[in-house]
Ligand binder design. Sequence first.
Ligand SMILES: Cc1cc2nc3c(=O)[nH]c(=O)nc-3n(C[C@H](O)[C@H](O)[C@H](O)COP(=O)(O)OP(=O)(O)OC[C@H]3O[C@@H](n4cnc5c(N)ncnc54)[C@H](O)[C@@H]3O)c2cc1C
Length: 440
Amino acid sequence: MNRTIAVVGSGPGGMYAAQGLLDKDPDCRVDVIERLPSPFGLIRGGVAPDHQKTKRVSKAYERTLGHDRVRYLGNVEVGRDVSIPELLEIYDAVVLAYGAPHDNRLGVDGEDLPNVFGSNAFVGWYNGHPDFKDLNPDLDVDAAVIIGVGNVALDVARVLAKTSSEMSVTDLVPYAADAAHASPITDVHMLGRRGPVEASFTNVELREMGELENAAPVMNPDHLPGRIVADYMSDRDLRLREKNIETMRSFLDVSPEGKSKKVHFGFYASPVEILGRNRVEGVRVERTTVDSKGKVHGTGETYDIPCQLVITCIGSRAFPIDNLPFNDKWGIVENEDGKVSDRIYAVGWLKRGASGTIGTNKNDSLEVVDRIVAEYDAGGRAGIGGIDTLLAERGIRIVSFADWQVIDRLEVEAAPEGAPRRKFVSPAEMIAALDNSRNG
Ligand SMILES: Cc1cc2nc3c(=O)[nH]c(=O)nc-3n(C[C@H](O)[C@H](O)[C@H](O)COP(=O)(O)OP(=O)(O)OC[C@H]3O[C@@H](n4cnc5c(N)ncnc54)[C@H](O)[C@@H]3O)c2cc1C
């Protein structure tokens, strides 16, 4: 019997699940349902605009969407346009892959002041994600504090520190490029509660900070250990961290001369308050120590960093749709190795939480696919025709894969010299451009 499966979300988790289903069940048909007209989740809306090589993974996802047993139903939001119980009536299984898009809260006073943003919002803004295109951060600032010491923090720091010529070969959206390149910012502070050994940078991304045209990294040499003592780390982790320490040590030799911006690596620094009355004016930080088990201890000693912009890069969480069971502590849909309940499965960040690389999603989704295929029931549901009828009755405009290919081509054709594309930033803009192109 031919099974039909709905995959909800077209980010890496969903796309690896869709391809896995095609491979493991040669008779199944898969509908990938995505709330935006544009596919591929954080590949488009999260991965840094100056990391175009990373974004090329979407070529493989395009092949999946172009498969004759797959359909892309873009511009359809589950929970708004169609419910999960309705999907269960139509499909034999539902794979939820809608990510973890809500910023974690820092939990300190002043967090809600104007010009304090979570990384999902800020990154979404400069990447042209429709939800954040109107965020309008004020970049007319001297200094910014980025809270967090991982790759997302580095992404944000680069966008604030790179020159317009460095960014000209990227798809940074024009409104963000205008704001970033007109910004008088001179100091970007990254803060980590623990030390450089615990920072979760990957080395390639970290090294970039020593190679910026107009910005120099600033390290406190006292923070760099001669020898790493961290009982709680595996040998592999220790080797990776040693490489990072070596890179950070090399930053001590990067001359700030001729560079107007500085990126400060602030370790052992726990933000305890965002300061300001009507907008952010600084961050109060408590100095910390870290014991050999990696545990952080506050010292009670505080100092203030003046700044007018704060971006927290401290991870994100999912949310439940249609009363799905939810694990509030972990910010994920409750699941047991990907199984949520009868015929409902979860993959990607919705399943595991917001951690790991794009590649981490692959094996994870494939394991869940094995389970789905092994647990198929008798089947015989309405299938693909069912969703078409329902969405047509509701007047939902579906953006198909062929439609997306037109929008994609229009973006690429509109790219300024050297840039990969010029993004549309709202669904309405995408659909209008699509219709104009078809009618013209
Ligand atoms: C800022 C940032 C930068 C990153 N950079 C890198 C990097 O350089 N390299 C790397 O390896 N990893 C990177 N990652 C991690 C990587 O992006 C994730 O591992 C991956 O995107 C998680 O995939 P996902 O499918 O679970 O979620 P997502 O990619 O978030 O995809 C979820 C999809 O579901 C859709 N959706 C949401 N709600 C609904 C709904 N109700 N109905 C239908 N669809 C819905 C969304 O629009 C989205 O398309 C980065 C992450 C972030 C946040």
